[in-house]
Each structure stands twice: as C-alpha cells, then as structure tokens.
Design a binder for this molecule. Sequence first.
Ligand SMILES: C[S@@+](CC[C@H](N)C(=O)[O-])C[C@H]1O[C@@H](n2cnc3c(N)ncnc32)[C@H](O)[C@@H]1O
Length: 512
Amino acid sequence: MTGPTQRPGRPVDGGRREQRGDDRRPDRPGGGFRGDRPARTGGRGGRDDTRGGRPGRPVRPAVDLPRYAAYQAVAAVHRDDAYANLVLPVILREQGLTGRDAAFATELTYGTLRQLGTLDTILTAAAGRDVERIDPPVRDALRLGAYQLLHTRVPAHAAVSSTVDLVRTVGEGATGFANAVLREVAGQDLDAWVTKLAPSPTADPIGHLAVTYSHPQWIVRAFADALDGDLGEVTRLLIEDNERPPVHLCARPGRADPVELADEVGGAPGAFSPYAVYLAGGAPGDLPALADGRAHVQDEGSQLVANALAAGPLDGPDGRWLDLCAGPGGKAGLLGALAAQRGARVTAVEVSEHRARLVEQATRGLPVNVLHTDGRTVGADPKLPEGHFDRVLVDAPCTGLGSLRRRPESRWRRQPSDLPPLTRLQRELLAAALRATRPGGLVAYVTCSPHTVETHVTVTEAARRAGVPADFVDARTLLPSGMPGLGDGPTVQLWPHRHGTDAMFLAVLRRN
Ligand SMILES: C[S@@+](CC[C@H](N)C(=O)[O-])C[C@H]1O[C@@H](n2cnc3c(N)ncnc32)[C@H](O)[C@@H]1O
C-alpha cells in the first residue's frame, strides 16, 4: 500500500493552513498550558479557526480547545499511564471548559480510548505503516481525528482540518502526512473499513470480534469462555463495553427511600437492587443526597452482591461483619447502612493508606471501623481473629474486565500476565476470609471480572487449599426473586448486556 508520505494528496482545506509555517509546540500536555494557551476556539463544527488574526498580519494557528483537551488527556494516558477519568477533569478545569465543550472533549477522549484497537487497525492501513511507527503525539492526534470521522457527526472537513491544526501544534512537520492519512480514512465509513480489515468471522471469529468491537483478543476469548462460547452474547457484551455507562446511586437503607430519591434527582428506581436509583444522563455532580450521606454512587451490580451477603440466612449471632478489601468504600457504605439497621458492626480492612482514608470518608456516621492493614493477616493481627466474624466480604482486587465501560483505557493496559499475581492474591484473601469466619458464618467472594480464572478457578482452589471446610450457598437465592439470566448456580455472574450492571461475579460459602 502506498503511504501518504509518498501520496500526500490535496489538503482538504486547500493548503491554506499548510502555508502558515507557524509550527509551535505548547508546553507538554499534562504540564498545564499556562502562559502558552492556544487561541480559544470552541465548538465542533467547521468554523474557521484562523479568524482573530487582523488583515495583513500573519495568522496565528489556533487549536480548538475541546479537541486539544481531549488530545492532552489521550496523550497523558499513553505517555504517563494516566487514568482518563482522573486526568480529564483536571484538564477541563485547567482549560476552563464547561457545558457542551466539556461534553465534546469527554466524548472524544473516552470514545477514542475505547475504540483505539479498531482505530489503530484502520490508521495502519490508511498510513501504509504500522501506527507504532508514527511519532506518538501525531499518532494520538490522528486517533482523535479518525474517531471523529468514523464515530461522530462532525463533518469530515472539520474533523480533518481541526486535526491538522492540532498536529501543527503537537507534531512539527507532520501536517501533510496527517492530512493525507485522514483523507484516506474519510474515504470509507466505519462498516466498510471493518469489512475490509477484520478477519473473517468464520475463519477467525475471535479476531473478527476483536477488530470489529475494539477489544484485545485475549479479553474477547475470556468473555467467550465465561459465556460458554455464545458469540451472539459476546457481541452484545462488547457493544455494551463501548457505550457510555449509566450512573447508579445507592439510596442508603435507613437513610433514603429510593423512590423519593429518584423523584428528587429526576431519575428512576432501579430494576433489581432495592436501593438503586438510575440517574438520568451525565455526572452526579453535587447532589445534596450525596453530600449529606443519604446516598452514594454505586453500580447496581455492586449493590446486589453486597446486599446478598447481608441477606444470607444465618443461625446464631449476627453482629460482627468484615469487609476484607474495602477501599474506596462503596460496599462498606452499603454494608454499614444495613449493619446500622440490624445492630451489627462492620470491620473494614484496606491495605492502601490512601484508600483506607477514602473508606473512612465513605462510612462516616455508620457503624464501621476502618483497619489499615493487609487482609491476609487474619489470625496474626489481634483485630482480625480467626473464627470471629459472622459475615465476611472479599471484594478481591482483580483485572476489572467486568467494568471496561467505566475505564476506557484499561482494556489496552491489562495483560494476561496480570492474572497469575492477582489470582494468587485472590486465593490468599479468600482463604483468610474463610479463616476469619465463625462456623456457620457466611463468606461472599466477589470480583468485578468474569474471567473464569479469577472466578471459578480461584474459588475452587482457595476453598480446597484453605483447610477450612465450607459449602457453597446458592447465590441466586440471595438476589431479588425473578431476576433473569442468573444461570444454574451456585455462583452468579452478572453482565452489562443482561442486567445493565457491571460484570460482577458472586460466590457465597458457608463455613462448616
Ligand atoms: C475491588 S477493590 C474493593 C472495592 C470496594 N469493596 C468497594 O466496593 O468500594 C479491591 C481493594 O482491595 C485492596 N487490597 C488489595 N490487596 C489487599 C490486601 N492484601 N488486604 C486488604 N486489601 C487489599 C485494594 O487496595 C483495593 O482497594
């Protein structure tokens, strides 16, 4: 294939911007833009970014601010291993972007990061060289440009010219190349590109889904494994992963009524969790219910698995609850509210100091003691005696493959090599949880991943090796009756495409 360096073509803006010869690099993105701000332009249409220069004077290249903010965020993710959900709000604030401009920057950032695999496949074909061989700033600008061309209603000429403006700012001397690559990308729509570049669905179904729905192959394979090879379901899941996730609130039991809270925030009561409220659109912002501790933001699936632990029938005492992996405190918040209603007390363990502090904030006013320690010290730490607790939650650290909707970059950052150390830790934490539980008490093992190595394999292995006798409780009986798609038990796997929740896994064990 001929690359655009050999075949530059006519720039879509007639070369006007090419002739300015005013390449300028701003401060490194993420290091702020103070003192060297790009000319302020907003909006997403094809407006003339060069206006503002007086007739007869050299025209200063302008960078469209929402697109530049998205570029900064995407570049920080790739260059600094930043998290988009943390870095983008800082950039938006720094650039003073609000309202539609902030929404556009967010859509570009999250969309580009989610679609990265497919965009890179297309850019490789359009550039005639592997994207890995393109200068990183230019590569990220091209990804943003290709996303606009293939996934948004931004007119092609505006997507191309604004990206060329961006490249002029971030990647000296590459404007002709960028222009030619994007013209090539714009020559076909997304479906045509995917039809051309994805492997055949019959010869290589996993490779086909990976390119079509922008996921790494090993993750598609893991999903197929967990869904018994049903590729129709896998497809629905991959599509969900590429959508903007809904925001759910948890109306804390005893503090808020979900129907009243739904009215208050203009949302709707959840379909499954008795505490869930679906927020209509956007971010929760500064809702009074969050500020005064009546509710917290929490995926409905997380509410269901925490509630399942509290719902399990128990003979004997029921006042000592343990959350062995508590940070940042979502499930501890719900368990604490339930414990308050039932005269119980929660010990919340978290190994990271920062996250232990977040648990303290999340559970203020609730009967929760936060312990900053390693959950595996059960039996060695006098505050974590063996055979002491009635209900124990292990919400284990995991790959997070069940919440890819929420962390757009994580599917590309996670590697299969993450699994062995994580599963070892999961087994050790679950074994510690079993030791911490009194005979007759309950343990809920939870992951936000459907990967069978982190779910079934971990539970079976930990139960076998712990040396603590325990039996499975059918977790389906601890979820709302009539909830569809829960499988054959005794464990439960929730799914975004079936339940609208994150893909939470739940196993419940009773210690003998
Ligand atoms: C999946 S998150 C828990 C989420 C939390 N339950 C919630 O609902 O907000 C796992 C947590 O376990 C913590 N962790 C990791 N290793 C640990 C250990 N050995 N002991 C205790 N906590 C640990 C991590 O720092 C992380 O905060």
